[in-house]
Design a protein around this ligand. Sequence first.
Ligand code: C2E
Ligand code: CA
Ligand code: CA
Ligand code: CA
Length: 279
Amino acid sequence: AKGRGRGNFQFFSAEMNRATHERLMLENRLWLALEQNEFELYLQPQVDLVSQRIIGAEALLRWHHPELGLVRPDRFIPIAEESTLIVSLGEWVLQRAFALLAGWRGGELAHLRLAVNLSARQCHSPALLPYLDSLLASSGIDPTRLELEITESAAMQDPERSRALLVELRSRGIRVAIDDFGTGYSSLSYLKLFEIDRIKIDRSFVKDIETDPDDAVIVAATIGLAHALGLAVVGEGVETAAQRDFLRAKQCDEGQGYLWSQAVPLAQFEALLQHSYSD
Ligand code: C2E
Ligand code: CA
Ligand code: CA
Ligand code: CA
């Protein structure tokens, strides 16, 4: 038994070295990807559940890896999060988002809202506000068109600092949404603590809305609570007409999900908008 235990230990430590090595390789590769401009922001429409019109989009990061093809953020964001890479990557995302909003300004797309994800480390970085201020000053975009999405777990890592950040963001007119709502453990207390505009009900609740009575009750109650507090609600991960109809019946304001579209490149998103307006 002793011998086997040692064998296992060696096996695990070899595995661990490999994992650490891979992580380091990927981290270095990500810095290069930034330099070589291999990232792109895809856009997933957010739809008003009453009018069925597209009212905005969430920006979702994609990496065009020369050999691996299109890489989804779940594979690289956690690695970027472990170093200052996430701050540089986050600044790249914000810069692109401002460029998109600037491109929509003045035309028929001027009313669109663009939601951008902030990572935990980015939220707690003292560089975030000065960076946003410089982008606001140089772009001249209407700050109310920008929404920043923060997960409840990121916000709760340091509630006092998060609260102060949200006050600063909202004093500039920037909107704030709580992402993946319901997946943390202190969902309700911070609704009082934090100044926010919107909550996004996590896909895990929406998924079983039709089949799991508990989830149906939780979603309906969450919408009611949010509205009572003056907050708007987005249902995430809407894949079926029945899920959409349930959310609409419960007065959920907006939906986002494969039912309408997955996240797509800018040109494709603008084509979706043409459709949304010509109906
Ligand atoms: P998230 O913010 O919760 O984004 C929603 C994810 O659900 C996206 O995955 C989206 O493509 C996917 N999704 C949307 N509708 C549906 C649906 O109907 N069904 C299903 N099954 N999935 C749906 P994606 O693009 O792979 O992003 C994964 C996560 O990576 C995001 O989760 C977000 O936490 C993070 N992420 C993406 N872009 C950024 C970014 O620019 N910065 C940071 N910090 N994180 C990002
Ligand atoms: Ca999000
Ligand atoms: Ca989410
Ligand atoms: Ca259940």
